[in-house]
Design a protein around this ligand. Structure first.
Ligand code: NAP
Ligand code: MG
Length: 509
């Protein structure tokens, strides 16, 4: 790709400490992944600007994407509206479903290529990237199969009347996704929207736009009509803000930080646009003294280390009944000390974190915990031979962590696990609910009544009993309570979120 030319141009100007490049038309023709996808056409940003694409494993630019902003978002929203008024809007639910299933098949046909692209863009291990692409395909399969099963109801009403609840698309839906699971996130958010008959405008994260662009290309190949899927790459505060505040959208789905989620909701509110927010988490793993510790330990470690802890559903708090605390912590520490961090090709337990800001953020939390004298129980290892300019952080395990420490209530979004002893069931529930978040939780106990009591008492959008499922689970409705957000994605509920109803009442005598 365009590496030498890009390196030569890297000093031009910068935003977020990242260099911005002018567009090269010659290069654009080589690589559609460097363009915006609007109304079925590839185009450069109107002002020709672009952003470099950085490999987190070495910190080097290896490609560029277009820096779309308000004008391009406006074009994309209009293209989506035209699609609804045109070919896309005329398709039957079965035909929409068929296209989605074809797209799922095409993703599987291009599995190796997409996994390699995703691994390079995110730095994650190849096995994780491969899994992400499999899940991406699952979203298109699941919602493709569901498209013609979404239907309305007949409502018993007055004599001489016929009342029908019709299920309809919302219209143009906006989707803003983060960089942690770019491929999974795009499938999770656009597949149900398309199945429900909406036309979508997607703003991927500036750090990880490549899989979205490639999927748009595959979607065209399998026959999605022009304008049904639009992808505008660019900066959050430019393209993202323009999309969230655009008066032509009918819905916005956002996954990312609480700060930006609030801005998105405020922008959407000005146009009375419905908003689904999937924000952060500080999810607890609660182990009672009768837990199957041997089964739990590897799952606990994987649930925080996976994706270098950059998972909204990461199991970042380990709550252990005091009678087994020492034993559990010792076993988790032994497993944690074996965690290895490396490049995608090394395919170890996790890769680098996404960008220098994230690296600094995670390291700040680790340094603050050490400075506060919180005992460090174990550290993983960064593999030998990795590039020194990659965004590496060392996985760390602390405990016991004071209940008022930063590590007890703030989302690190890195491979940092915090352990807490608890006394009894009531104490465990209070501790589990003692953060602003409520996304996921797990309870580990063989006592069935306790499983149910804890499952009912803990505030979370998903609760696991003797297992843990960070990521995946296309079939399982998912979303936050409290500051983790609102609205539901995944499963059938996403189809309800991304559609609306019309109640039609007829007098027939
Ligand atoms: P972020 O800024 O919230 O990014 C999420 C998405 O929102 C990206 O597409 C981003 O675009 C876009 N965005 C940024 N500013 C926007 C604005 N003003 N209006 C509309 N959209 C906007 O997240 P981040 O800065 O990449 O990461 C910061 C922290 O967020 C992380 O440390 C982590 O704690 C949290 N986070 C949570 C999740 C999750 O799944 N819950 C995912 C990622 C991050 P750009 O990429 O161009 O900025
Ligand atoms: Mg950002």
């Amino acid at each position: 790709m365009a590496l030498p030319r890009m390196q030569a141009a890297l000093a031009l100007n910068s935003i977020h400490g990242r260099s911005l490049l002018p567009y090269s038309v010659e290069n654009l023709q080589e690589n559609p992944l460097e363009q915006l996808f609007i109304g079925g056409r590839w185009m450069a940003a109107l002002d020709g600007r672009s952003l470099p694409v950085i490999n987190p494993a070495d910190g080097q630019a290896f490609d560029q994407i277009a820096r779309g902003a308000a004008a391009e978002v406006d074009m994309a929203v209009k293209a989506a509206r035209s699609a609804l008024d045109g070919a896309w809007g005329k398709l039957t639910a079965t035909e929409r479903g068929r296209l989605l299933i074809k797209l799922g098949n095409s993703v599987l046909d291009h599995h190796a290529e997409l996994a390699a692209l995703e691994a390079r863009d995110t730095g994650k291990p190849m096995t994780t990237a491969r899994n992400d692409i499999t899940v991406l395909a699952r979203y298109f399969e699941f919602y493709g199969s569901a498209a013609d099963k979404l239907h309305g109801e007949v409502i018993p009403f007055l004599n001489g009347h016929h009342a029908v609840l019709m299920r309809e698309p919302l219209g143009v839906t906006g989707h803003i996704i983060p960089w942690n699971y770019p491929a999974q996130m795009l499938g999770r958010t656009i597949a149900p929207a398309l199945a429900a008959g909406n036309a979508v405008v997607l703003k991927p994260a500036e750090d990880t736009s490549l899989s979205a662009l490639r999927v748009a290309e595959l979607a065209t190949e399998v026959g999605f009509p022009d304008g049904s899927i639009n992808v505008v790459t660019g900066l959050g505060e430019e393209a993202g803000a323009a999309l969230a505040g655009h008066p032509g959208i009918d819905f916005i789905s956002f996954t990312g930080s609480n700060e930006v989620g609030t801005l998105v909701q405020q922008a959407a509110a000005r146009n009375a646009v419905k908003c689904v927010l999937e924000l952060g988490g500080k999810s607890p793993q609660i182990l009672f003294e009768d837990a199957d510790i041997e089964r739990a330990v590897p799952i606990i470690v994987r649930a925080i280390v996976q994706n270098a802890g950059q998972t909204c559903t990461a199991g970042s708090r380990l709550l252990v009944q005091h009678s087994i605390y020492d034993r559990v912590v010792e076993q988790v520490a032994a497993a944690y000390a074996k965690v290895r961090v490396g490049t995608p090709a090394m395919d170890l337990d996790c890769g680098p974190v996404m960008n220098p800001a994230q690296q600094a953020r995670v390291n700040r939390y680790i340094a603050a915990a050490k400075a506060a004298g919180i005992p460090l129980l174990a550290e993983g290892h960064i593999a030998e031979g990795v590039s020194p300019t990659g965004h590496w952080v060392t996985p760390t395990f602390f405990g016991p962590v004071p209940r008022d420490a930063q590590l007890a209530c703030e989302e690190v979004f890195g491979p940092v696990l915090a352990a807490f002893p608890f006394k009894d069931e009531a104490d465990a529930i209070a501790l589990a609910n003692g953060t602003p978040y409520g996304l996921l939780a797990a309870v580990w106990t063989e006592n069935g009544s306790r499983q149910t009591r804890v499952a009912k008492a803990v505030k979370a959008g998903q609760l696991f009993i003797n297992c843990y499922g960070a990521g995946g689970g296309v079939e399982l409705p998912f979303g936050g309570t409290k500051r983790s957000g609102h609205g539901r994605e995944k499963g059938f509920l996403a189809l309800e979120e991304m559609s609306t109803t019309k109640t039609v009442i007829q007098y027939h005598g």
